[in-house]
Design a protein around this ligand. Structure first.
Ligand code: ADP
Ligand code: ADP
Ligand code: MG
Length: 501
């Protein structure tokens, strides 16, 4: 076994701080890196030591693997945690770390390489009988042959970049006439964004839910899953609100998807924490999308319902320790929600709205967890992802988690920039979300620029209250509905919130 004593976190913002916290609890010495734009960042102050690795642009700082390794040598670091984004899915970097005699807190470079290509991943898992979205098994190059496949699959189809990520590199093609043009655009985009022009075709699933399974593997061949997260509330194919467990999975479906995820992980001898993403269609058929070989942004909801600290588990696995539990030991307790608080304007197409956090007061109290990297008075740098915080709430059931999220959103005070807080409040009160009848088209179907205007909000509240009451009546016998109608019903909290305005 390899003992880790000093950990460098090759990241910034909330995830750097979150990793540093677990490292500290484990008694590790910690090192932060930062760019010139992050001199005053919280992660820099939190770590035992911090080193500036370059100018603001990430290509000159957070992505400089060579510089980071130099820092490790100088400071006697023995392990690197990459967080998410930046170098976290860079197999070449993981290999460099290993060759330098250091521990990379993550899977093997081989597993990262395999799963980093969506096409290679699909090929690798196909022998395990994992259900896949209909489409091409290889990169498409011949336009006519590709058109033929698209015809067989049936329009609309999606052209995707094999190396894509972060919701980028995807194009919907509605009709054959548009195919050639869209394919060319997709290839160009893939080359410029990911340096790899390989694209492929997938059937476009009309009303999918995004359900992903958290997996954890050790170096002794044990792989478990930590249940699902639902991430269907998205903008630009990127998640904004996540929850665990999903409101649609039955225990039987959960077990089947969990087993598939473990099989996917097994296909690449996966070690550490990873996520296997699926789409679930209206008939509850599920299809493998991709595997993310890193800690996921939304991992806190899994931590809340399982009682585990995923960063500590990652570090223990990286030291070569066996997992201290089996699948049978794991259970779901309660319900957790996460709202990504982005510096974005929901009324302007969710475009980044960076600036200064003139007011910044976090919510507190029972069942509330805030993972962030900012303080009042700080600027949101233009160079990086505009996420300010992850607001996570936990309750004994979904309703309590929702109630706490609404309360926490109201307590959260942010001025100086637009954020997704108001959008979060809108979604969490929307009948489609409350009833669990939603999919990845939530914004297209239910959200307009006017949704956050006061009049629309009032109308939405009234509708939600009526529907909430109806749903409740549907579920309960007349006597019990009459008995516990007041404090705990969906409609009651909405009325209370209206009254408090
Ligand atoms: P998650 O599935 O963890 O929620 P996101 O899609 O929100 O992941 O991405 C997490 C972070 O990683 C974001 O900062 C995103 O921009 C970045 N990211 C993900 N995949 C890639 C990629 N292939 N290339 C560049 N950045 C990526
Ligand atoms: P990324 O690497 O950018 O995360 P994914 O393949 O995981 O790409 O897809 C991201 C999101 O795009 C999904 O959560 C879903 O909303 C949408 N999406 C991806 N594939 C399909 C598909 N075949 N049909 C419909 N929507 C899809
Ligand atoms: Mg994905």
């Amino acid at each position: 076994m390899k003992k880790i004593t000093k950990l460098l976190v090759a990241n910034r913002g909330e995830i750097a701080l979150r990793v540093l916290r677990s490292a500290k609890e484990m008694g590790l010495k910690t090192v932060a890196i930062y760019s010139e734009a992050d001199r005053n960042a919280l992660h820099v102050r939190y770590a035992d030591e911090a080193v500036c690795v370059g100018p603001p642009a990430s290509a000159q700082s957070y992505l400089r693997g060579d510089k980071i390794l130099e820092v490790c040598r100088e400071l006697g670091v023995d392990a690197i945690h990459p967080g998410y984004g930046f170098l976290s899915e860079n197999a070449a970097f993981a290999r460099m770390v290993k060759e330098a005699g250091l521990i990379f807190v993550g899977p093997s470079p081989e597993a990262m390489e395999l799963m980093g290509s969506k096409l290679a991943a699909k090929q690798a898992v196909s022998q395990y009988g994992i259900p896949m979205v209909p489409g091409t098994e290889e990169a498409i190059s011949d336009v006519e042959a590709a058109k033929q496949i698209a015809r067989e699959v049936g329009f609309p189809i999606l052209i995707k970049a094999s190396a894509g990520g972060g919701g980028k590199g995807m194009r919907i093609v509605n009709a054959e006439a548009d195919f050639e043009e869209q394919m060319q655009l997709a290839v160009n985009e893939a080359v410029s964004a990911f340096g790899d022009g390989a694209v492929f075709i997938e059937k476009y699933i009309g009303s999918p839910r995004h359900i992903e399974i958290q997996v954890l593997g050790d170096e002794h061949g044990h792989i478990v899953h930590l249940f699902e997260r639902e991430c269907s509330i998205q903008r630009r194919h990127q998640k904004v609100i996540e929850e665990a467990p999903s409101s649609v999975l039955t225990p039987e479906l959960r077990a089947r998807m969990g087993q598939c995820a473990v099989d996917v992980a097994r296909a690449c001898d996966y070690t550490g924490a990873g996520t296997v993403e699926f789409l679930l269609d209206e008939n509850h058929n599920f299809y493998f999308l991709e595997m993310n070989t890193r800690l996921q942004v939304e991992h806190p909801v899994t931590e809340q319902i399982t009682g585990l600290d995923l960063v500590k588990e990652q570090i223990r696995v990286a030291e070569g320790q066996p997992l201290p539990f089996t699948q049978e030991d794991l259970t779901i307790t309660g319900h957790a929600l996460e709202l990504r608080v982005y510096a974005e304007d929901p009324q302007n197409n969710f475009l980044p709205d960076i600036g200064t956090l003139t007011t910044y007061v976090r919510p507190q109290g029972p069942g509330v967890r805030v993972d962030d990297g900012f303080e009042q008075g700080m600027d949101i740098p233009i160079y990086y992802d505009p996420m300010i915080a992850k607001l996570v709430t936990f309750g004994k059931d979904r309703q309590e988690a929702i109630e706490r999220m609404l309360r926490a959103i109201d307590e959260y005070q942010i001025t100086g920039i637009e954020t997704t807080l108001g959008f979060g409040r809108y979604v969490l009160q929307h009948p489609a979300f409350v009833s669990g009848h939603f999919d990845t088209n939530f914004i297209r179907d239910h959200f307009t620029v006017d949704s956050l205007k006061p009049a629309a909000v009032e109308a939405e509240h009234k509708l939600a209250a009526v529907l909430g009451a109806m749903l409740l009546l549907e579920k309960k016998t007349p006597t019990s509905a009459a008995q516990d109608a007041p404090a705990t019903t969906g409609s009651a909290w909405k009325r209370n919130r209206l009254g408090s305005r």
